[in-house]
Design a protein around this ligand. Structure first.
Ligand SMILES: NC(=O)c1ccc[n+]([C@@H]2O[C@H](COP(=O)([O-])OP(=O)(O)OC[C@H]3O[C@@H](n4cnc5c(N)ncnc54)[C@H](OP(=O)(O)O)[C@@H]3O)[C@@H](O)[C@H]2O)c1
Length: 248
């Protein structure tokens, strides 16, 4: 069935953190990698009515078969590059140090929405996780696939929380960056449908800052501070500026 027909059949109106709405249609979503993130998101995305295809190096392995079984009848597993072929949305859920090679091997990604949840990090001598590069992995992926619509999202929260947002008392905010506003709105609609809030923080050149959100969160744990990012939404500039209406 074409995506247009699917769109007519399965339109969902969703409302966002900052008061706007968008329609999201049923999509084919490829999840590359079958680790914690794909295992958390895949079943929930299938549950929303989307077709889920896992891209794995070992699609016939017992663990991948189990994941497909858990995800339901609207899912399957195949090789990484076959998985993306019919997908409108591709989630690259692989370790940061293989991500560029993985994306290069996926073939033509033009026009597809690429969701990048990847957190590049190295361990510093003092025990803190640190940034391994001057450029975000999102920008590197965008450079490899210039016609794809890369959206950084889902990197700032734990896979356990992705699977179960109710683990946290307040709705978690997922920061989103990317150059294509329409692609970001689609990803934000998906985020909302999965039970989270989102906030658009601008173009892909700010992805390294969003990747920093993860580093800060990981390093806070060294002091016994565990949290997920939650932004309190305000509706007007006046409200944001406070009772004295301070201008800035
Ligand atoms: N875990 C979290 O809480 C969390 C939260 C936010 C963001 N992230 C980020 O999301 C990404 C995925 O995290 P994860 O925890 O799901 O990782 P993971 O559990 O290690 O799984 C990654 C998957 O990538 C595939 N893979 C591994 N090595 C590969 C290679 N050399 N070439 C191609 N594919 C390979 C494997 O799938 P197959 O064996 O099926 O090929 C593997 O299951 C990471 O970049 C991480 O930084 C993780």
């Amino acid at each position: 069935m074409s995506i247009n027909k699917l769109a007519k059949k399965n339109l969902v109106t969703l409302f966002f953190l900052f008061g706007f709405s968008i329609n999201i249609s049923a999509e084919t979503v490829a999840l590359i990698g079958t680790g914690s993130v794909s295992s958390a998101l895949g079943p929930k995305i299938a549950n929303l009515g989307h077709k889920v295809i896992y891209g794995s190096r070992n699609p016939q392995s017992d663990s991948v078969k189990l994941l497909v079984e858990k995800t339901g009848p609207n899912s399957s597993a195949t090789s990484q590059n076959l998985a993306v072929q019919d997908a409108q949305i591709v989630i690259i859920a692989v370790p940061w140090d293989v991500a560029e090679e993985v994306v290069r091997n996926l073939g033509d990604l033009s026009g597809k929405i690429i969701i990048d949840p990847i957190n590049p990090r190295i361990m510093s001598d003092d025990g803190f996780v640190d940034y391994p590069s001057n450029m975000s992995i999102s920008e590197k992926i965008q450079n490899i696939a210039p016609e794809a619509k890369v959206v950084k999202a889902f990197n700032t929260l734990g896979a356990d929380t992705m699977a179960n947002p109710d683990l946290v008392k307040y709705p978690i905010t997922i920061p989103v960056v990317g150059n294509d506003r329409s692609a970001k709105l689609t990803v934000m609609a998906l985020i909302k449908a999965l039970g989270f809030n989102s906030v658009d923080l601008g173009p892909i050149r700010f992805a390294h800052i969003v990747e920093g959100f993860y580093l800060l969160r990981a390093n806070a744990r060294l002091y016994g501070q565990y949290f997920e990012w939650y932004l309190f939404p305000t509706t007007t500039r006046e409200q944001y500026s406070g009772p004295n209406n301070v201008k800035f």
